[in-house]
Design a protein around this ligand. Structure first.
Ligand code: C2O
Ligand code: CU
Ligand code: CU
Length: 485
């Protein structure tokens, strides 16, 4: 079993370049928002995606050793279409095993890219993704058991945008990088020489590791110029552990149009939004007043103990309620803008008929079971820490089930591979499907029930995973494996 000491020892080894020489001045906000390159597979073709090491200018005056997929830090946005088979050659130019997990795609276990689908250094693997699910904002990241946290932290993650060419036109802004933006929000720590520091101490393992700098698409608190109209933001919380509570500095409202699994049935107007690890939302913000705005977030309060919260790196607050800056939007009134109203309902929003559930399963997320002194912090599910050689659950193709997930001590973003599910209840109160939509991550604060069905297969050689998406919890054992046959 993993103990904390061996985890610390391995976390710095292998993957990274030596520390770079140089001295960073204070982290600068206000860099232009990086717009990731696109790998466009919508009309077929074969592209390669390689895990590589690189140097990235994130801080002023220094370069940071990072890793990424086919770029020095993070990865391109991969665009795919429903109804196609997307093909990629996955390569690994790093010094340790990596994988590419397609988070949110409904594909067979054999193509899911989980911990069993390792790409060894110098090797390649073919990804053949048979895509048949509603349009959605998804993502991909490395998923090696006990190494996911350190891989994602240093950059092995990117966004995927899935379109459905046969679905009705939604009227949503969809000009990439102009009025439709991918926003991968992450927190990081840096040493004064520019090194991106991954060094969780006890609290960082127990509560998940956080950083005091906020990055969007790899840049610290960047700025982007948008047209004076409707702007669509596809927001992914790509952080290891931090939960964001977004709002705008001027309190403006916005409309949520999609969640993890695609469009909501109808627009939901809101002025604040909570997003836990691995969750995605699409929101539409109206900038037609021509006024600049800052996207802010309240501090993460997902801590078991005040004592531990005090040891957590936290971004500088800029507002009375403790909110910090995420990024800034400037408005250019000369740019062509969409200012028409949006449709009130989305006719092609997913709302599958799950039918009657035939079974109920229980998942108890264990944390600090047996106190804090245990080697893995007591991280497990139903008493069993993740074991690559153990299948924890066996599901049947096409059968609807209720999964009851019980957290402990703090809120845990619980994720299930291979499907999207409906959230039924939180602590006995019915969840509102109109506002949650189809999900593949549910933030469990207490007890939640989900309605789930699997329409793709996963056998015991390459099973699916369910786990807490606080990546330190996942790596320490809060994960299990299941088959669908
Ligand atoms: Cu986002 Cu099992 O992963
Ligand atoms: Cu996943
Ligand atoms: Cu957790």
């Amino acid at each position: 079993m993993l103990n904390r000491r061996s985890f610390l020892k391995t976390s710095a080894a292998g993957l990274f370049l030596p520390a770079l020489i140089g001295r960073a001045s204070a982290a600068e906000s206000g860099a232009p928002l990086p717009i990731p390159d696109i790998i466009d597979l919508r009309s077929g073709g074969l592209e390669s995606l390689d895990a590589i090491a690189g140097k990235t200018a994130i801080l002023q005056g220094v370069e940071t050793a990072t890793v990424g997929y086919s770029q020095s830090f993070l990865g391109p946005v991969i665009r795919v279409n429903r109804g196609q088979t997307a093909r990629m050659t996955l390569g690994n130019k790093l010094k340790e095993n990596i994988s590419v997990h397609w988070h949110g795609l409904h594909i067979e276990g054999a193509q899911d890219g989980g911990p069993h689908s390792m790409v060894a250094p110098g090797e390649t693997m073919d990804a053949v993704l048979d895509i048949d699910q509603p349009a959605a904002t998804l993502w991909y990241h490395s998923h090696i058991h006990k190494r996911t946290a350190v891989h994602v932290w240093h950059g092995l993650a990117g966004m995927m945008i899935l379109d459905d060419p046969d679905a009705a036109d939604t009227g949503l802004p969809d000009t990439y990088g102009v009025d439709d933006f991918p926003l991968v929000v992450q927190d990081r720590n840096f040493a004064s020489n520019g090194t991106m520091t991954y060094a969780p101490q006890r609290a960082g393992f127990m509560m998940g590791y956080r950083g005091n700098e906020i990055l969007v698409n790899g840049a610290i608190q960047p700025e982007v110029t948008v047209p004076a109209g409707l702007v669509r933001l596809r927001i992914l919380n790509g952080s290891n552990a931090r939960i964001y509570h977004f709002r705008f500095d001027d309190g403006r409202s916005f409309q949520q149009v999609a969640s993890d699994g695609g469009l909501l049935k109808a627009l939901v107007t809101m002025d604040k939004l909570t997003l836990s690890g691995a969750e995605r939302v699409e929101i539409v913000v109206d900038f037609s007043d021509g006024k600049a705005a800052q996207l802010l977030s309240l501090q993460d309060d997902n801590f078991e103990m005040a004592m531990m919260a005090r040891g957590m790196p936290a971004p500088n607050a800029i507002a009375d309620d403790g909110a910090f800056e995420v990024m800034r939007f400037n408005v250019d009134t000369a740019k062509p803008a969409i200012t028409m109203g949006l449709p009130a309902v989305f006719t092609d929003a997913p709302d599958p008929d799950f039918g009657e559930p035939v079974r109920r399963r229980f998942f108890k997320l264990d944390m600090m079971a047996g106190g804090m002194m245990g080697g893995n912090g007591g991280m497990a599910i139903n008493g069993n820490p993740m074991d690559m050689d153990v299948i924890n659950q066996e599901a049947s193709l096409g059968e609807t089930e209720i999964w009851e997930i019980e957290g402990s001590r703090m809120a845990h973003p619980f994720h299930v591979h291979g499907t999207s599910f409906k959230v039924l209840t939180h602590n006995g109160q019915p969840a509102d499907f109109a506002t949650t939509g189809m999900k593949d991550v549910v933030l469990v604060a207490g007890k939640s029930e989900i309605l789930v069905r699997f329409d793709r297969k996963a056998d015991a050689d390459i099973p699916y995973m369910y786990h807490c998406h606080i990546l330190e919890h996942e790596d320490l054992g809060m994960m299990g494996q299941f088959t669908v046959t």
